[in-house]
Write a protein that binds this ligand. Sequence first.
Ligand SMILES: NC(=O)c1ccc[n+]([C@@H]2O[C@H](COP(=O)([O-])OP(=O)(O)OC[C@H]3O[C@@H](n4cnc5c(N)ncnc54)[C@H](O)[C@@H]3O)[C@@H](O)[C@H]2O)c1
Length: 245
Amino acid sequence: MARIALITGGAQGIGHACAEALKEDGCEVVLWDVKEEVRDAAEALGGTGYVVDMGDPAAIASAFDAMEAEVGVASVLVNNAGIAVGADFLEMSEAQFRQVLDVNLVGVFLATQRAAKAMVREGIEGAIVNMSSINAQVAIPQIAGYCASKGGVMQLTKVASLALAPHNIRVNAVGPGSIDTAMMAAVNADPAAFDRAMSRTPLKRPGTAREIGDVVAFLASDKASYVTGETIYVDGGRLGLNYTV
Ligand SMILES: NC(=O)c1ccc[n+]([C@@H]2O[C@H](COP(=O)([O-])OP(=O)(O)OC[C@H]3O[C@@H](n4cnc5c(N)ncnc54)[C@H](O)[C@@H]3O)[C@@H](O)[C@H]2O)c1
């Protein structure tokens, strides 16, 4: 029987590329997204789409109920849905900060806990992969909530890996650098910002969504059977660069 892989934020971008890679690895994919388009995106991959707001705990709980009744229990969870809200640090509102934390960190905790409970109940030795970012390490003052959330995801990944190791459930994260998706649209539209980002990227190009999806699929597979609690940075060398000019 095919492993069921649940990917949040799967309607487009990195999440969709994760779904393509996991499908190629033989998984049945279930995509969740706040956008309606998720249904068609999932259908195109022979899977099932649900409209779910990962910032809404009640919506997450009822989506798990629906998925488990209609499709089954996921063996793979990719916590990919994420948002970035930009504002000057001195001006960022509490609401803006909380909005980002709710989706990028609280949503990851709730989905991880609920998916893991089902795996434990069913005796599934599953894998969870969280989408962090180089911003778990690299601080950018205009996106305080985003950086805090991604640092939180890195540490939540370690915590969950320890908590779930006795059940042989592995938990890892991927930390992308500059990846060519809608999230990078503002940078792509501004040549100076693009050149700045590339000057800090040793491989001198943005990554593709699929280059992230392939690492996620590796971490979800038995090839990574002794890897847990790790964040793998897929960033064209960005974190290794001691940028001083
Ligand atoms: N693109 C990059 O350069 C980059 C770099 C580092 C990390 N990331 C991370 O990768 C992940 C995917 O981003 P992307 O680049 O594909 O961006 P994207 O904006 O193209 O895709 C994000 C997806 O998440 C969905 N989403 C947003 N809020 C949601 C919510 N509340 N509930 C459910 N779904 C929601 C969106 O509708 C969208 O389909 C994010 O967690 C992001 O932080 C991206």
